[in-house]
Design a protein around this ligand. Sequence first.
Ligand code: OFO
Length: 171
Amino acid sequence: MSNHIQKHRSITPETENLLNTQIMMEAQASAAYLAMASWADIRGYANAAKFLYDHAEEERAHMLKIFHYTNEVGGHALAPVTTKVSTNFNDLKNIFDIVLTQEIKVTQAIHQLVDHVLKTKDHMTHHFLQWFVEEQREEEKVARRIIELFDIIGESGIGMYMIDEAIGKIK
Ligand code: OFO
């Protein structure tokens, strides 16, 4: 980055690094959702697959939101490199357990970022991150509701069909 650009930045290099780490995490989450969507798709869980495909898109949108913000405030957003994701799962319940674990990890990372910008009095980035704080609350809530369906409906008989139907109705 040229000195000219560096002089006009609103975020510290440390915040820039943390935002780039978050960009990578969102991209990784998107790839993980895509792998889970494919698993559900080829097994006929049409609604679960749609939910997971949609979330793969959402995570990519989150990644781009942070990407653009980083550049807007004078940082340098780096194109994320993702690592290999799991493509095989025990069953659909296993997938949604992973979804919730993954979302909780993202929440923790967002909270760490918020802690950092509070400490460094970076009000702009703090304001920007509030959208993600709210988004994570919503995403965890939805994942928990889906996991509950496995207990409420039960997996035997036509249970899996009904669970997939119910997933299609979750907002
Ligand atoms: Fe659900 O992870 Fe993005 O923010």
